[in-house]
Structures are given as structure tokens and as C-alpha cells.
Design a binder for this molecule. Structure first.
Ligand code: PLP
Ligand code: COI
Length: 353
């Protein structure tokens, strides 16, 4: 793949690390590539970050033919930059494409686009504790037609954003509301794809939760509203009577790369891990009788995020007295140690750029 690079004439000023937040600031450049059924993927280019032009009839604006990924570049203590399991993102992107009938992108194109863009904007990878460069690859249908069908034209892009903590609480425990009205996804639907529509469908409940003071909602399965699924931007894990329980991947949950990594780490360290259906009643019982020892969410943006409070049907439960649990802290330290290159990567998960 040949990538044509047009450099920005004026580079932006880098932000102060303490003001980063999540996804508000963008780097100097972005990657774009087009697809048509006749030509396949073509015209790979890196251009200055800026607005793009779309037909008002573009399929993505009307029918939500959009999927995305999320990963991070980390600044190591020795100044080098590394990615965490980027091929997993390339593979998930293609599984999402398959579900939405979008053209798949060869993994080597994904990797080359990613590494070339990050290399060009490498000065944007921040080095302050807990900061990183969030990478947002996305792919959307771009036919100029109002007909509903699999697309003939698509666009793949990558934008970069230096970020701090996803939650304003940082590593402090977050409060989560268990949603019992709206549902996010059903098996056979698009829940296991990382498509924009899933997030659009979750906004109403998220907004309700936020108004009540909760950071995000915890979704129940869409059929019986009985089984725990995941949080809006992270998978969930619970330590109940010494065993780590996480909802199994039934088809309506996003198969998180952080989730997969933590399950591998826990098993490797000798912890008992169960990937199974976990009903909200079982969880409520474990909170009531004190067998729920810890709860946390995990994801690229959220890293490992302790859950200090869960609200279900207006009843509020405190987890581990609202403090970060020992295992949660251990997982945060181990995972971030590998991601930021502070600990040896015995799993071979990182890729230096
Ligand atoms: N679940 C949802 C709905 C997400 O948006 C994310 C974030 O990507 C995750 C789970 C965690 O996935 P990952 O660990 O691959 O970032
Ligand atoms: C991520 O963790 O990469 C996510 O996609 C979360 C995002 C929806 C903010």
C-alpha cells in the first residue's frame, strides 16, 4: 500500500497534560482511504486533520453504516512508543464490517495506516502518568443513494486524540446504574459489533443515569432483562466469594480486548475465572449478603475502572465500601505496567513503533 503524505503547514500547540480529558483534542494529521467495488481499497493518504466533505445522501448519515475501533499508543519510560494488541483491533474491525455488510480491510493495511500516522504524529503521545494517545479508526458506507442495501463505496479513516482519564473520577470508584427499561442489544443484532448505532441506542439511558448522578449504565440482556451484559464503554467483572465472574460472550456483548487480556492474566496467575451468565438477581443477592467482594469495568478508554456503587430498581448498593479493591488495583497495576512499558511484557502483547 502506498500512502501519500501531505503534511500540515502549521503544527498545533500541544495541550497541557493536566487538561486532556477524553477525546476533545485532535492531532495534526489523519489517515483516509477510499473503497469502491470496482477498485477495492485505494487512494491511501495522510492529510492535515480537518473537516471532510460528504454527500448529504451518504448512506452513513441515513442508515448508520458505520463501525469503529479504539486503541491507544503509550509512551514508555524510555521515551519509545508502543501499541497494545493492535492486531486484535484489526480483526474485530473486520468482524464488525462483516456484520454491517461493509467491505473488510486487509489487516496489513490497517497496521500500516496506523503505524505510519502515529509515527508522523509521535510527538503527540503524552508522557504524564495515566495519559496516552487514543486512536480512533473508523469505517463507513459512503454511497450517494437513499436505497437501503450493502454499500458499494466506503471510507476508512483514523484520527488521534491525546487523552487522560475517561471518567472524571480517574481511578476512583465510579457509580453505575443498572438499566431495566431500555436495552442496548439482542443476540442476532449488532451488540457484538463495534458500530455507532449501538452507542446511539444507549444514549437515552445514559442520559437518564447521568441526571441521577451515575457515570454510566450497566445493561441487562435484551430478551429477558435478567442477565448482566456490559457497561456503555466497558466490559464488567465481579469478584464473588473469591471467584472472578464475567458475563460470557453471548453475541450481544462487545468482545473486549481488555476483557480477554485480563481473563488470560487472571488464569495465568491462578485465579478462578468464570465466563458465564450472571443474573441481576444473583448479583443483587451477592451485594445484599456481602459475597460480592469487588466489581470493576475494563476497556481501552476506561482501563480498569473500580465500581463503587450500583443502583438497581432505585436500591443503592455499595461495593467494597466504595473503595478500590485489592484485585482491581492489582489488575490495574499489572495491565498498565505492560501497556506503558513499565513492566516486562511476558505475554508479548505490545508492539513498539
Ligand atoms: N464494551 C463496549 C460497549 C465498549 O465500547 C468497549 C470499548 O471499546 C468495551 C466493551 C471494551 O473493549 P476493549 O477492551 O476492546 O476496549
Ligand atoms: C474504547 O474504550 O475504546 C471505547 O470505544 C469507548 C468509547 C465508546 C468511548
Amino acid at each position: 500500500m502506498e500512502i501519500k503524505i501531505t503534511r500540515a503547514e502549521v503544527l498545533k500547540e500541544k495541550p497541557d497534560s493536566s487538561t486532556l480529558g477524553f477525546g476533545k483534542i485532535f492531532t495534526d494529521h489523519m489517515f483516509i482511504m477510499d473503497y469502491s467495488r470496482e477498485e477495492g481499497w485505494h487512494d491511501a493518504r495522510i492529510v492535515p486533520y480537518g473537516n471532510i466533505s460528504l454527500s448529504p445522501a451518504s448512506t452513513t448519515l441515513h442508515y448508520g453504516t458505520e463501525i469503529f475501533e479504539g486503541l491507544k499508543a503509550y509512551r514508555r519510560p524510555d521515551g519509545e512508543i508502543q501499541l497494545f494488541r493492535p492486531l486484535e483491533n484489526a480483526r474485530r474491525l473486520n468482524r464488525s464490517c462483516d456484520r454491517l455488510c461493509l467491505p473488510e480491510l486487509p489487516e496489513e493495511y490497517f497496521m500500516e495506516a496506523l503505524t505510519t500516522l502515529i509515527d508522523l504524529d509521535r510527538d503527540w503521545v503524552p508522557s504524564a502518568e495515566g495519559t496516552s494517545l487514543y486512536i480512533r479508526p473508523f469505517l463507513f458506507g459512503n454511497d450517494e443513494t437513499l436505497g437501503v442495501h450493502a454499500v458499494n463505496h466506503a471510507t476508512f479513516m483514523i484520527i488521534l486524540s491525546p487523552v487522560g482519564s475517561y471518567y472524571k473520577e480517574g481511578l476512583n470508584p465510579v457509580s453505575i446504574m443498572i438499566e431495566d427499561q431500555d436495552v442496548r442489544a439482542v443476540r442476532g443484532g449488532t451488540g457484538e459489533a463495534k458500530c455507532g448505532g449501538n452507542y446511539a441506542a444507549s444514549n437515552r439511558a445514559g442520559d437518564r443515569a447521568e441526571k441521577k448522578g451515575y457515570s454510566q449504565v450497566l445493561w441487562l440482556d435484551g430478551v429477558e432483562r435478567k442477565y448482566i451484559e456490559e457497561v456503555g464503554a466497558m466490559n464488567v467483572m465481579f469478584k464473588i466469594s473469591g471467584t472472578v465472574v464475567t458475563p460470557k460472550l453471548t453475541g450481544s456483548i462487545l468482545p473486549g480486548i481488555t476483557r480477554k487480556s485480563i481473563v488470560e492474566m487472571l488464569k495465568n496467575e491462578g485465579y478462578k475465572v468464570e465466563e458465564r451468565l450472571l443474573s441481576v438477581d444473583e448479583l443483587a443477592q451477592s451485594m445484599a449478603d456481602g459475597t460480592l467482594e469487588e466489581a470493576w469495568g475494563c476497556g481501552t478508554a476506561a482501563v480498569v475502572s473500580p465500581i463503587g456503587e450500583l443502583c438497581y430498581k432505585d436500591k443503592v448498593y455499595t461495593v467494597n465500601e466504595g473503595r478500590i479493591g485489592e484485585l482491581t488495583q492489582h489488575l490495574y497495576d499489572t495491565l498498565t505496567g505492560i501497556q506503558w512499558g513499565k513492566a516486562e511484557d511476558t505475554y508479548n502483547w505490545t508492539l513498539k513503533i
